[in-house]
Design a protein. Structure first.
Length: 319
């Protein structure tokens, strides 16, 4: 499309608080792509067609402003950790709290499934239907829900231990600072060592491997939550880009959430917002605004399962 000669997605500098996450896509022939976000100002910086450290290190190394990055926020991804070591050695590395907490929820779920499989058919169904209660904070349980959990814990004492560990870890991660949270985390990890809960082994291993980054998360307000909000902006749509930031073409795909192409990078409207500084005339800005509206129209108007290339109407924007 001729409109895209006016759009530049290549950023010129990196923010103070840099957040990165991966998402399932198909750009650049890769199964997973990366989104780079200014977590402090809630702005998309760039969409990259790879999540691997070599590609990301090559990308971030081109910025002279990489020394301006003071905080580097990401999930517990070893690829991103290598990027932090190579490109942002002086930045404070922060583990995203959601991904940290998810580990203990997974461990508790493994306990539930193992205990559930030991029961009769009727109790297995009861445990499965009641699993959402295990996810709720204890203080938000109704009396009826608390009674249901009490029955589960009487049947499966190991599940009661797992539930208690989950709630205790939530108190740990919500510590006011790393200084107060450090000893709490050490004590929590020590408590698991004396308990017969092998389902928590992967969780404790992850927490020990990311100990410093988890503590850093207690000192700062930033997380990858802003990235998740950007992802939810669109149900689908992949924007193909080169690793140098050059836009190739927009490929808008439509499908149910969870399929390949869904939860795609919100490059369409989000990056257009970020590109306003690159416009050099009111006419060019009009084109960008028209393109933004056009993408929204195609996104919401197209039927599920259809694939469309966003094209301008023949009776609009002639010349």
């Amino acid at each position: 499309m001729r409109y895209f000669k006016y759009v530049s997605f290549k950023p010129t500098k990196l923010p103070k608080v840099l957040s990165i996450d991966e998402f399932k896509g198909n750009s650049g022939g890769q199964k997973y792509n990366s989104i780079v976000v200014d977590a402090e100002n809630h702005k998309v910086i760039d969409i990259l067609p790879s999540r691997f450290e070599n590609d990301l290190i090559r990308y971030f190394s081109q910025f002279q402003s990489k020394t301006d990055v003071k905080y580097f926020v990401f999930d517990m991804n070893p690829h991103f950790r290598e990027v932090a070591k190579a490109c942002f050695p002086k930045a404070v590395v922060v583990s995203d709290r959601y991904h940290v907490i998810r580990q203990v929820y997974w461990a508790m779920e493994r306990v539930r499934k193992n205990e559930q499989n030991k029961l009769s058919s009727g109790f297995r169904k009861y445990f499965k239907k009641s699993r959402c209660l295990l996810m709720k904070p204890m203080e938000k349980l109704s009396d009826e829900e608390a009674d249901k959990l009490a029955l589960m814990f009487e049947i499966a004492p190991s599940l009661a231990d797992a539930y208690r560990l989950k709630n205790e870890f939530l108190n740990v991660i919500r510590s006011e600072s790393a200084k107060t949270g450090k000893q709490k985390l050490i004590d929590w990890l020590a408590a698991i060592e004396v308990m017969d809960l092998p389902e928590f082994s992967d969780c404790t291993k992850a927490y020990r491997n990311w100990f410093r980054e988890i503590l850093n998360a207690m000192d700062v307000p930033w997380s990858n939550a802003v990235v998740s909000r950007f992802m939810r902006k669109f149900d689908s749509g992949i924007w193909q880009k080169s690793i140098t930031g050059g836009l190739r073409r927009p490929l808008v795909t439509f499908g149910r959430s969870g399929r390949k192409g869904s939860r795609a990078a919100a490059a369409a409207c989000l990056a257009l917002d970020a590109s306003r500084a690159d416009c050099h005339s009111p006419d060019q800005q009009v084109l960008l605004d028209d393109l933004k509206v056009l993408h929204i129209h195609v996104f919401f108007a197209a039927p599920l399962g259809a694939r469309h290339m966003a094209q301008p109407r023949a009776d609009q924007h002639q010349g």
